[in-house]
Structures are given as C-alpha cells and as structure tokens.
Design a protein. Structure first.
Length: 94
C-alpha cells in the first residue's frame, strides 16, 4: 500500500468503530502506538496482567532489601501490604 494512503487511513481511524477493548488501547496508547501495536502484534491474543501483579516481585525485592527488623510499620505503610506479608517475604529470602 502507498505510504501516503496508509497515513491518511491511520488519521481517519474512528475509535467509535473499534471494540471496547480496542478503544481502551487506542486512548491509552494514542493513535500512533495503537497502530504500531496492531502492526506488530495484530491477530495475536495475549493476557495483560493487572498493574499490581506486574509490580509485585519488585515490591518483594524492595522489602527484602529494606526490612531491618524494626521498620515493619513503615514498610507496610509504604507498600500497602500486611505485616504477615512482610514476614512471608523475608522468610522466603532466608
């Protein structure tokens, strides 16, 4: 397809003609990144994890580094996790 025609068609994409999940991606990513995603991964099905699941292991690593035995309250407040969870994380490390 002619590059100019492709660019015109991209600019004419009507988000209202996309499915609800496609609209979400369109508005979150923007037109150009949405099109790039369609070109690169179009036709594939994949799971998008919840944000909390993505950062969970990073939080665990931080807790392992930061916990000194006396700062349980600051860690639970900072990361929004329970005391039990902090102790579970630290126990796994050892």
């Amino acid at each position: 397809m002619d590059k100019n025609l492709e660019l015109e068609l991209i600019q004419e994409i009507d988000p209202n003609q996309l499915s609800e999940s496609q609209q979400l991606l369109f508005y979150e990513l923007g037109r150009e990144k949405f099109v790039a995603l369609c070109k690169g991964a179009g036709g594939n099905s994949f799971y998008i994890p919840k944000f909390e699941d993505v950062i969970k292991k990073t939080i665990f690593k931080r807790v392992e580094k930061e916990f000194d035995g006396s700062n349980i309250h600051s860690i639970t407040t900072k990361y929004g996790i329970s005391k039990t969870k902090v102790y579970q994380i630290v126990k796994r490390k050892n």
